[in-house]
Design a protein around this ligand. Structure first.
Ligand code: ATP
Length: 472
């Protein structure tokens, strides 16, 4: 071959990889050289290749090595002083480079499933077999990294063709049965890229779903797929698709995508956008909010069962539990009555995770009641401001004021905080005066509490502006 056409071919091969940042292309070229030196073929595989072919940027690099992938990963980690974690059972290693770049390196392998839905056993195999064990053709394309072959595509199963046609296709008929998590993965990629499920893949998916193999998936495996699906940029369509394919029953048999629930889910992107703009520092776990919206009309029993099925962490459970009917009750109390004091808003919301507040907003947004919605928005702003308010006095100060420790401490400090939130007390001197007011009565909590309420009522009467009005 003439030098110029060899050069042209090399340029053609590497054209896709060259879309990556220069430092990463350089790194991949060096890794390819290391492959030659160690006598093994090295490939980029999976999602990175798919995204490159779609012209999308990716920094999530999976490498496959025909040979000892773990030994190869160790050599790479040594050379670049990268952190290394090895998963012997899956012949996989994860590297974290000093600049934060992450890379998975695995031995090419075949997988066999002793039982459907359980984890496979793995054996070393060729790159072609390794690609065959993958979920969909679009994720089963490799790009060679060794010098001379750098960037050359290995596409044995027609992945490129399916990418062009916008088609999700499994590699063999038993794919969903081997690993039912692929059912959720199929929907994830279909909705993310606005592709479609190829007709026999759709049939196989429905068939596998009807065999109830998903029930056999462990909680963490199901949770992982559901949560990454809900973490997609636009999970609304994915949720609708799950419902359309009757797959929500795998979370709970009584979970329904009713018109009301759908309206709340549809309102969530707007609610999240509003929240992100108003309170950029209060990070929201979007995945949990979507799950909360989906189960927002479910009973506590159903929600508890979903939590159990997904083996949720304590934190996730706390969030999900706050999303059911309780949210409706709080919303009603917030928007049904006349104006509330900031401290009343605070007390209504203080035990809720922020995700539940976003859900309240989405619920209200789904109802087309403009006045109530603007009131709720104002309450949420007041509440977020209140969260930063503290009292100067603490339990120690109360002790120094010769107050006997006991439950009254909680009452005094709580009422002090309310008064601070409502702007009725604005200094330490006033805080001390407030405590002194009830000093004689503190041995009787209820009497003291009544006395302080009276004290605050008098102050409120003098400062009616401390209410959050409907009109704003
Ligand atoms: P994303 O962009 O969502 O990260 P990805 O394709 O990179 O998508 P990963 O879960 O990181 O997804 O998986 C990397 C690759 O591993 C996939 O592209 C696919 O080739 C393979 N893979 C992952 N999970 C499975 C599975 N359950 N069955 C078969 N192959 C899988």
């Amino acid at each position: 071959m003439r030098a110029s056409s060899l050069m042209a071919q090399k340029t053609r091969h590497s054209a896709k990889l060259d879309q990556l940042p220069v430092r990463i292309v350089g790194l991949l070229r060096e890794i390819g050289v290391l492959g030659d030196q160690r006598g093994c073929h090295v490939y980029v595989v999976g999602g990175a290749v798919r995204d490159l072919l779609l012209g999308q940027m990716t920094l999530d690099l999976d490498l496959a090595v025909e040979g000892d992938g773990i030994a190869f990963a160790r050599a790479v980690a040594d050379r670049y002083r990268a952190g290394l974690v090895v998963f012997e059972r899956f012949a996989t290693a994860r590297l974290v480079f000093p600049d934060g770049l992450k890379m998975d390196i695995a031995t090419t392998r075949r997988e066999s499933y002793a039982e459907p839905a359980f984890l496979p056993t793995v054996q070393r195999a060729s790159i072609e077999e390794d690609l065959y064990r993958r979920d969909f053709t679009i994720n089963a394309i490799a790009m060679h990294l060794n010098p001379g072959e750098f960037g050359r595509r290995l596409d044995v199963y027609g992945g490129r063709h399916d990418l062009r046609a916008g088609r999700i296709r499994v590699l063999h008929v038993g794919s969903f049965q081997d690993d039912p998590t692929r059912i959720f993965r199929a929907i994830r990629f279909e909705q993310r890229f606005r592709f479609h499920l190829e007709s026999s893949t759709l049939r196989l998916l429905r068939q596998a779903a009807s065999m109830n193999l998903i029930q056999q998936l462990s909680g963490p495996r199901l949770q992982n797929e559901i949560l990454v699906l809900f973490a997609e940029r636009d999970p609304v369509r994915a949720i609708a698709r799950l419902a359309g394919l009757k797959l929500l029953r795998f979370l709970h048999g009584r979970l329904r995508y009713t018109a009301d629930v759908k309206r709340v889910v549809l309102a969530l992107p707007k609610a999240l956008a509003w929240w992100g703009k108003q309170f950029p520092d209060v990070v929201i776990d979007r995945t949990s909010v979507y799950l909360m919206a989906l189960s927002s009309a479910s009973s506590p029993v159903v929600i508890a069962a979903i939590i159990k099925r997904l083996a949720c962490s304590r934190e996730q459970s706390r969030k999900l539990s706050a999303g059911g009917k309780q949210a409706d009750r709080i919303l009603k109390r917030l928007t049904d009555r006349g104006a509330l004091r900031p401290s009343q808003v605070y007390r209504l919301l203080v035990d809720l995770p922020s995700e539940a507040l976003v859900l309240l907003l989405a619920k209200q947004m789904s109802r087309q009641q403009a006045t109530r919605l603007s009131l709720l928005r104002r309450y949420l702003m007041v509440y977020e401001k209140s969260r930063a308010v503290t009292t100067v006095l603490t339990g120690k100060n109360l002790q120094a004021m010769r107050l006997k420790p006991g439950p009254q401490y909680g009452i005094i400090l709580g009422k002090l905080l309310d008064a601070r939130i409502d702007g009725l007390i604005t200094s330490e001197v006033e805080e001390r005066a407030f405590v002194q007011e009830g000093l004689g009565a503190w041995s009787d909590c209820r009497a003291a509490s009544r006395m302080l309420d009276k004290f605050l009522r008098t102050k409120t009467a003098k400062r009616p502006s401390s209410m959050v009005s409907r009109e704003g």
